[in-house]
Structure formats: C-alpha cells, structure tokens
Design a protein. Structure first.
Length: 262
C-alpha cells in the first residue's frame, strides 16, 4: 500500500489496465523483499521500519514504469492449499479475525493422537540456504502467509477481515482495501471484482471474468498472462459503523461461505 500511495489510483478505474499494471509491478517489488528478507523476528533482524518507511516506498515506486512491465527473478514459489477464514463481531462490538491453514492439503500428514488434529507443514517455507534470513534453525518460525487482519480507527475496530489464497493474501489485502477506499465500492463489490496475481517468475494469473480489453492492454504493456485453473483467493469481512450501530458483512463468492447476522 505504501508503494501505491502516491500513484494516483483514485484517478484510474478499478479495472483499468493502468491501475492493474501498477498493482502487478508494486506486488512484484513487495514480494521480492518478502522472499529475501522476511523471517522470524525473534531470531533475525528483519528491517521492518525500513520496509514500511515512506522513503523506501518512494524508492521502490521509482522503479515502476507506468507503461511497461518489468521482468522479475525466477522463483520456485510456494505450494498452494486451501485456507479457512472467519470473522465475528458480537453485540458489544468485540471482534475476532481468525485464519487457519495446514499449508498443503493434508499438512504434515501427522495427527495428534489425543485430539485427531492434523498438524501443519509450514516448515516447507524455510529456505535451505544457510545464509538466508529465512534459513532452517531450531526453535525458529518460518516465513508464512497467514494474515488475519483488522482495520482500527481511533482505537476501535472498524473492519475485521481476511483474504485467503496462499501467496495472494498480502496482495489481496491491498487490492481489497483500495477497491473499498480508493474506488468507493461497497463491501461485496470490493470482493467480487475480478482478480489478478503477479506470480514471481511466472505469468500474471488473471481470472477469466476480467474484461478482455483490459487483459489485452496489460499484454501490450509487456505482461505475460494466464488464466488460472480456479478462482484467485477468497475473502470475508464485517464493517462496523459505530455511529449508526450497523454491522455489514460480506462473503466471498469464489469459495463456500456466508454472511450471517445473529
């Protein structure tokens, strides 16, 4: 979001090739830093303040050509799987944002004998290079993609939300939030909008619901594209209007789920 902050998104249409191009390019830059630097902060000095600073965002922003795609380094990527997300707000406006994933479909393949809980295999996200910040070490957490989120204003929760989809999650957060706040889409519209994701070292996945002329314009900018086998990601959210006492929920159309008042 910092990279995109001063790029005039509000002057571009939500599905304009110009807006989507900027998202692809910003995503590539952010994911390159994630893959190179993010690790367990208890064991590695992750430069969080620098990565989140306005100056560094401006530096990365300067590397984006608004009319031309860049080529990123090849990456083996991370295996995919299905993540589960839920959010709840009660009558007192206490909010929970909860996400869970085994990583791969059956996790580690190990089951806790007393509970039957299947154990995850997030250790696959470690890097085998002993000089890498995310290398395997005892008592160390691997870099992971689990990001339950909650927007807070004036010390109060205003929107617990989550985006599922493996590596898509952080990119999906930025896409969803700018759909809401830059383009004024309502909660459901912001989720429903056709999606894309700039895979590292691979074509940009673009859902087949994306307008054909938008896809063609992105290809003309130099982006290689492909249509994924299944929809990209999933999301759930609840907006809290403190002034009117109203809760607004939305549920992802790409996955099983629903928004329920109780």
């Amino acid at each position: 979001l910092n990279i995109l902050a001063e790029m005039g998104l509000d002057k571009l249409g939500p599905l304009s090739p110009e807006r989507l191009h900027l998202f692809i390019e910003a995503g590539r830059l952010a994911y390159a830093d994630r893959n190179a630097l993010v690790s367990d902060p208890d064991q590695v000095n992750v430069p969080v303040e620098k990565l989140l600073s306005a100056d560094y965002a401006a530096q990365l922003r300067g590397r984006i050509d608004p009319a031309k795609a860049t080529v990123d380094p090849a990456s083996t990527g991370l295996p995919g799987g299905d993540t589960v997300y839920l959010t709840v707000v009660d009558k007192d406006r206490n909010a929970v944002s909860f996400i869970n994933s085994l990583f791969e479909s059956f996790g580690s393949g190990l089951v806790a004998p007393k509970t039957g809980v299947v154990l995850q295999n997030r250790g696959l996200s470690f890097n085998l290079d002993p000089t890498h910040p995310n290398c395997i070490q005892p008592l160390k957490r691997p870099m992971h993609t689990i990001i339950p989120a909650m927007l807070v204003k004036d010390g109060r929760a205003v929107m617990p939300f989550g985006v599922m989809g493996g590596q898509y999650q952080s990119f999906g957060h930025a896409y969803f939030l700018t759909n809401l706040f830059e383009y004024g889409l309502d909660l459901q519209e912001a989720m429903d909008l056709p999606r894309l994701f700039p895979n590292v070292g691979a074509p940009v996945d673009i859902e087949n619901s994306m307008p054909a002329d938008t896809v063609k314009a992105l290809q003309d900018m130099g982006h290689k594209t492909s249509v994924p086998d299944k929809p990209i990601g999933g999301a759930q959210a609840i907006q809290i209007n403190w002034d009117e006492g109203v809760l607004t929920g939305a549920s992802e159309p790409r996955k099983d789920g629903c928004a329920i008042g109780y």
